[in-house]
Design a protein around this ligand. Sequence first.
Ligand code: ASP
Length: 325
Amino acid sequence: MNKKKILLIHTGGTISMSEDTETGAVRPSENNPLNKQTKELYTLANIIVEEPFHLPSPHITPKEMYILKELIDNYVMKGNISGVVITHGTDTLEETAYFLDLTIKHTLPIVVTGAMRSSNEIGSDGLYNLISSIRVASCDEAHSLGVLVVLNDEIHTAENVTKTHTSNVSTFQSPQYGPIGIVTKRGVQFHHLPVIRQHHSIREPDKQVMLLKAHAGMDSSLLQAIAALNCDGVVIEALGQGNLPPAMIAGIKDLLKKGIPIVLVSRCFNGIAQDIYGYDGGGKQLKEMGLFFSNGLNGQKARIKLLIGLASNKNWDEIEAMFQV
Ligand code: ASP
């Protein structure tokens, strides 16, 4: 069999950590344990390893996401790789995966993976997920599908996948849509294909986008505090179909008056936010005021999309259009 050349990028996370047997603390060590296991991976593919940083994923910011995009673009430009696998902490994995999905243009398979149990814990899932990911990235059918997330024998799109459980190995799910493929002992099978892919050319993101979650009885105080800060955009996880408590309207007006775009998603993890209700604070009023309704993204991904829209100098109409697909 002709082995593919896979660029393997380690960024940190539990997959690259070990458990201290005395204290039980899981943390990074000086040497990434995955590097010791790289030998086993060479039976699957010719691997080039890069380790641009070594961070728990709560330490990852859009700056690191942009470094990854540039690193991958450089390798692709040289034309000598056939796929990419990125190991990443699971806490913010979906945000990095979606950032890369929206900003990398080429069609090579890019797979992001992680682990829920560190390298020396019983039932450690890191090496297993890494092997599955290399198999997916080496597979011809994985071309042109956008960035994929592979854990626990499932293949998800970066757009739909989200971390749903604090500790379970089946934490990554795509609510409402499901995975688009599975990894079996014999091969890789895709059973659904994504229909839409978006690409946005960006410079390094340097804008501030805030994410808020609406709740019963919420008022305008947080929105007014945000309006007084140096903020470029706001995403609100609204109630139900896309509604807010009426006491938030004054704060929304303040933000809009300052030219700050506001994107509305639902705090429900299934369905799409829409302008349905005509009461005070209802979706109809919010839409008329100029809020952008997002087509089914969760809050953290809508935030990444707005950051990218602002980093590609889009005007308001263009930003609204980004959220309609
Ligand atoms: N807290 C860890 C991180 O995101 C969790 C993990 O990697 O699974 O880095």
